[in-house]
Design a protein around this ligand. Structure first.
Ligand SMILES: Cc1cc2nc3c(=O)[nH]c(=O)nc-3n(C[C@H](O)[C@H](O)[C@H](O)COP(=O)(O)OP(=O)(O)OC[C@H]3O[C@@H](n4cnc5c(N)ncnc54)[C@H](O)[C@@H]3O)c2cc1C
Length: 492
């Protein structure tokens, strides 16, 4: 067995969260080994957020051009996928090559190891023949992979996940999308706008089921207007693939056919691969339970999707800041307050990071390290209309026994919505805790729903009193001005 090599920190998985943690700890002067088996940067830049948003940008440009008719003349649009595929290859992913990202990490002083790593006892990580003993800690940022349902026949077919959908160079004539969550809807709308005949099949009784029912209606209406067929309440029972493409059969005899099948039914952490048993942590759950400083167990932290706190890049980045501060705090304390690396800059870095995080106002911090607080977790579904949401939905709030007040307004009834000729889909919905007099959740759907959300995130995060929100000045005529109408409509 190889002799373990002593380092300060090992970060397993250099996706969004792991890369951020590893880079910042290396910059602070710790000896950091970053292990990645695939591409440094993870899902977001190569097969997730970035390329999908490039696709959406192109698809929305097409949709916007089609709106010229009746507003400012006539426009003829001929969609062409080639520039989209080229942009994803050249600008977003460097042809799925991570040399720049690896260099970014090593330039910060990190040591990069390509390979699949696993825990190998307390403080130890094994990557092939190499074994590292981490003095100050191990950070798990191993993310998730697509969760593919056990539908009869599916595993034997060449179905797509998000990866094949993002890498596609020639569009199919027709596409079945299994799963009506955010990713499924975003991709369905993109492909439909490029002329693909798209059918969405969802097991639950509405698409975007984790959000407000009004969000589900808005998304479904928008996609239908783009020609997407949506079938909800369909339990996929069998999938077949032949020369004609895919046939998906539902449990009640429904039948759908298409040239391609995209499976986007959620994501799953693969805990069984991480050697968690060697450190006494149960690998049987869906995610890795963490406390509010992202501790898994003594000397081990987790960051990003693997924690199950929300599969978003902004969650991974938020958690990364806390992990960095906490690891540095531990390193400093384990050396009796001395500089963990022997350089004054690290003490400065540790204290600096921790105190600047504390200064962000994250509540509940004991000492200088803030605790994770997900009350104001924002999420945006980048369909057109965009659907932004923060905090609790009305139902979630009622389920918690909160004395709920709801305020609702349609964007079309606001001046800007009327000028813009928004469809009936856009809206603002507010969920307030009547006893506390604050917003605890909100949704903003519309042409800039994700941007309008920012004010609502501040309101929920900082628990701004409703009285203050009512006595604010909202610029006229903006989309966000509809928030004041929704506040006015707050009622039981
Ligand atoms: C199509 C799509 C669109 C999305 N759009 C958005 C969006 O608009 N906004 C948003 O906020 N989020 C979006 N997301 C989610 C976002 O991509 C994830 O939340 C984010 O990538 C999570 O980062 P992470 O670091 O936790 O995990 P990942 O990015 O999954 O990275 C984990 C890394 O760990 C590596 N790894 C795993 N196990 C090991 C091991 N044993 N040894 C070595 N390496 C290992 C993996 O290879 C991977 O590179 C989207 C996701 C998809 C699929």
């Amino acid at each position: 067995m190889a002799e373990p090599e002593l380092v300060d920190v090992v970060v397993l998985g250099l996706g969004v969260g792991g890369e951020e943690v590893a880079g910042r700890l290396a910059e602070a002067g710790l000896t950091v080994v970053g292990v990645e088996r695939d591409l440094v940067g993870g899902e977001c830049p190569y097969w997730g957020c970035v390329p999908s948003k490039m696709m959406i940008r192109a698809a929305n440009a097409i949709a916007e051009a089609r709106r010229v008719d009746g507003l400012g003349g006539t426009a003829q649009v001929t969609p062409d996928w080639a520039p989209v595929a080229k942009r994803i290859r050249a600008e977003a992913t460097d042809d799925w090559d991570d040399r720049v990202a690896v260099q970014r990490f090593t330039d910060k002083g990190g040591r990069f190891v390509r390979g699949s790593g696993r825990l190998d006892g307390p403080g130890r990580v094994r990557v092939g023949d190499q074994v590292f003993q981490a003095r100050h800690g191990i950070v798990l940022g191993t993310g998730t992979r697509p969760s593919v349902p056990p539908v009869d026949g599916l595993a034997d077919t060449p179905y797509w996940t998000n990866r094949e959908a993002i890498e596609v160079e020639e569009l199919p004539g027709s596409l079945l999308v299994l799963g009506g969550g955010a990713i499924g809807l975003e991709l369905a709308q993109v492909f439909a706008r490029f002329g693909v005949r798209v059918t969405v099949v969802e097991a639950l009784d509405r698409v975007l089921a984790v959000e407000e029912p009004e969000s589900s209606e808005a998304a479904a209406a928008a996609l239908r207007a783009d020609g997407v067929e949506i079938h909800t309440g369909v339990k996929a029972a069998r999938v077949e693939h032949g020369v004609g493409g895919f046939t998906l059969r539902g449990a009640r005899g429904e039948e759908f056919t298409a040239e391609r099948l995209l499976v986007v039914t959620g994501r799953r952490a693969h805990l069984d691969e991480l050697g968690l048993d060697t450190v006494g942590v149960d690998a049987g759950g869906r995610y890795l339970p963490v406390d509010d400083r992202l501790h898994v167990t003594e000397g081990i932290w987790a960051v990003g999707d693997v924690t199950g706190e929300g599969a978003f890049t902004h969650i991974a980045m938020y958690q990364a800041s806390i992990v960095v501060a906490d690891v540095l705090d531990h390193a400093r304390r384990s050396q009796g307050g001395a500089d963990p690396s022997g350089t004054a800059s690290v003490v400065g870095g540790a204290v600096g990071v921790a105190s600047s995080l504390a200064a962000t106002g994250s509540s509940g911090s004991a000492g200088s390290v803030p605790r994770a607080d997900y009350r104001a977790l924002p999420r945006v579904t980048f369909t057109d209309p965009e659907i932004g949401a923060v905090g609790l939905t009305e139902q979630q709030a009622r389920d918690r026994g909160i004395n709920v007040q709801v305020g609702f307004t349609r964007l079309a009834s606001s001046t800007r919505g009327w000028i813009h000729k928004t469809d009936e889909d856009g809206f603002i919905k507010l969920v307030a805790d009547a006893d506390q007099g604050v917003l605890i959740g909100a949704t903003s759907a519309g042409p800039a729903g994700g941007e309008v959300l920012s004010g609502l995130v501040v309101a929920v995060h900082a628990a701004v009193p409703l009285s203050q929100l009512r006595h604010m000045i909202y610029a006229y005529p903006t989309f966000h001005r509809a928030i004041s109408d929704a506040l006015h409509n707050l009622g039981q």
